[in-house]
Structures are given as C-alpha cells and as structure tokens.
Write a protein that binds this ligand. Structure first.
Ligand SMILES: [Fe+2]
Ligand SMILES: [Fe+2]
Length: 258
C-alpha cells in the first residue's frame, strides 16, 4: 500500500499560491502511482468561492483516489459551507484495500486553532474497531509540537484525550499538516507524520515545498520526503509497529534508511 500524503496547497490568486510549483509537484506526484492521496487540509487560503473553484480544478490533475480533510484556512469566511460541496464529507471512515482511513476536521470557522471533540473521538474508535491491517487517522492540525516550524501553537485543544485514544489502541499511523514542514516521530506504537506544504509560498527556511510518500509493506512503514524544487527524495523514517523497530534520520544520524 502506498499513500501519498500532501498538504497545504493554499490555492489563491495572490502571493500564497505558487502555480509553477504546483504543476511541477503534480507531475512528480503522479509518477508515484499511489493507491491513495491523502490531503491534510488548507486547500485554499481564505476559504473563498473562487479559491475553492481553483483548488478543485488543480486537484483534478492529481490522479487516483483522494481522501481530503479541511484545514483552518478552508473554514474561513464561511468556507466550511463550501468544503462539502467541492470535496465531500469533512469527517469519514473509509476503506481502501486493507486500510481504514479516518479523516477528521479539526478546524473551526474563523479560528486558527483546532479541536476534535467527543463526536470525532467516537469516529476514531469506530475506525479502530474495523481492525483492518492498517488504521490511519488523518487531520489538519498537529497533535504534538512540530520542530522547525516557529512558535509552537495551534496544537489541537484536546490533544491529550486524542493522543490517549490513539496510543491505547496502538493506531500505527497519524497524518497531519498545518505547520508547512515535514516531520515524523514515534510515540509508543504510533507514528505521527506531518507533511510540508505542497504549493504555498510560505515555506520555512530551507525546507521548501515537499510532500510525503508512505509505503506500507508487511506492516513496515517507510516515509519518504520528496523535495519538489530539487526533485529529490529522502527517506525520513522507517518503522515496524510489530517489533517497534524505528529509525528516524533526524535522530539516528549514523543509521541510513534503506
Ligand atoms: Fe497552511
Ligand atoms: Fe493550517
């Protein structure tokens, strides 16, 4: 199973959106032939109708199945009314082969911070109970602080409760966006993965525009970061939830991930 994890497209007719980068990114992305493209929100910059139209037009270039959740920017200016019209349910449990994907909206109208709440926690439990080979939970905001992304704010309000449900149930994979930098860290038996921005000009330092490719084979999860401008790939994390074996290139500098 291969999941392409992309985030923070920020379709907009101002300075936020880089169309050139988007076009380049899409060509690269389609070459990976992922079984599923998970998009962790901020498809627009201000939640405006013409931005939604632009985002839909752009996303049509991405081949294959897509699962999409909204970000805080998509909920601005009544954008939360437009999201379902363009991209379907904001909260869902879906099945792709042997994988369960629970997609959740962490955003609230006109607020930058996020929250899940008890209803969405119940949806996580429902997804976990399907007991497919891989359970993956995806949403926009981050559950843990993300380094290299500036001031640590906007971690979801009920991060403690959410993390507790996820860790108790040994959910192998959580996908997040919002901070515009790629990152991954293992806590207990869960791999938390953050995607950088696909096509927004607001990149962080030298991180540039990136997306993640997540390969799951025999329960082993390998996350590769693709740098769009440099057209280069770098393996970020290798994790086997069965034996707990975990290599992270940020912290295990002496070990190469093959
Ligand atoms: Fe964003
Ligand atoms: Fe965001």
């Amino acid at each position: 199973m291969r999941i392409a994890h992309i985030s923070d497209i920020h379709a907009n007719d101002g300075s936020d959106f880089n169309n050139k980068t988007f076009e380049k990114a899409v060509k690269l992305l389609n070459r990976f032939e992922a079984d599923l493209v998970f998009i962790s929100g901020d498809l627009t910059s201000y939640g405006l109708l013409h931005e939604y139209e632009l985002a839909a037009e752009k996303l049509a270039q991405i081949e294959g199945k897509k699962a999409i959740v909204p970000g805080n920017h998509d909920e601005k200016n009544l954008g939360y009314k437009l999201f379902p019209e363009f991209f379907g349910n904001t909260d869902f449990v879906r099945y792709y082969g042997n994988c369960t994907i629970v997609g959740l909206a962490t955003s609230e109208p006109d607020k930058d911070n996020g929250r899940l709440g008890r209803g969405r926690h119940r949806l996580i439990i429902r997804g976990i109970q399907r007991k497919k080979n891989l359970t993956c939970i995806g949403f926009h905001h981050h559950l843990v602080p993300i380094p290299n992304s500036g001031r640590e704010h906007n971690i979801i309000d009920d991060a403690g409760e959410t993390l507790d449900i996820i860790l108790r149930n040994n959910v192998p994979l959580v996908l997040m966006g919002h901070r515009h930098v790629p990152y991954a860290v293992k806590i207990h038996n869960t791999l938390l993965v953050s995607a950088g921005t696909f096509s927004c000009n607001r990149t962080r330092a030298h991180f540039g525009n990136t997306f993640n490719i997540i390969d799951v084979k025999n329960k082993q999860i390998v996350v590769t970061v693709v740098d769009i401008e440099k057209q280069k790939q770098q393996k970020m994390v290798k994790f086997n939830p069965d034996d707990g074996c975990y290599i992270n290139r940020y912290y295990n500098t002496e070990k190469r991930i093959d």
